[in-house]
Design a protein around this ligand. Sequence first.
Ligand SMILES: [Fe+2]
Ligand SMILES: [Fe+2]
Length: 197
Amino acid sequence: MDLPDETTARLTRQAPDRGRELRELPPGERDWSRASVTALIEHIQRHFHARHREQLPALVRLAGRVEQLHGAHADCPHGLAELLMAMQQQLESHMMKEEQILFPLLERNPGAVCQGPMAVIHAEHGELDAAVQRVRQLLDGGRLPHEAGEAWRTLYKGLAQFEDELRRHMHLENDILFEAVARAARSEREAGQGDRQ
Ligand SMILES: [Fe+2]
Ligand SMILES: [Fe+2]
């Protein structure tokens, strides 16, 4: 018999309005919607990029261990370590693009038109979302059998936390940071028009 588990239920449920859920701030979280481009970039790197670089390699190792320990079990997430490793490479390359190309451009001149690099980053967020969906499909409901040990439970809990953080991270970039850039560009245009009058 399978054990119901709130954490894995969170991982596999289909939220009716994920956008609204993301706009609601978790307890203690600062409202970043009026923050400057520089403050947002610093927070994104210090919090989300650093966390993902800790979380994903640990999840890859844990998934490998679970496959070793429980490979014969019908519910074992076969292939998860490989899928997570591919996602780790995808995410690392994405974060490097932000850190080395997009963020320095935005910090040097927040009002500059950076439509090209922002469109690339936005498209890659869609690809990362698709990778999360592939993990969900592989887990097929994220059922934890009675005999699931500590490693298996920790793995599914860690995956739920990682997915939650990744969604918050992408929401902050797509909906808050890019909006702050558009705001800065608007005020620069208005200031330019004021100078000419
Ligand atoms: Fe990022
Ligand atoms: Fe990103």
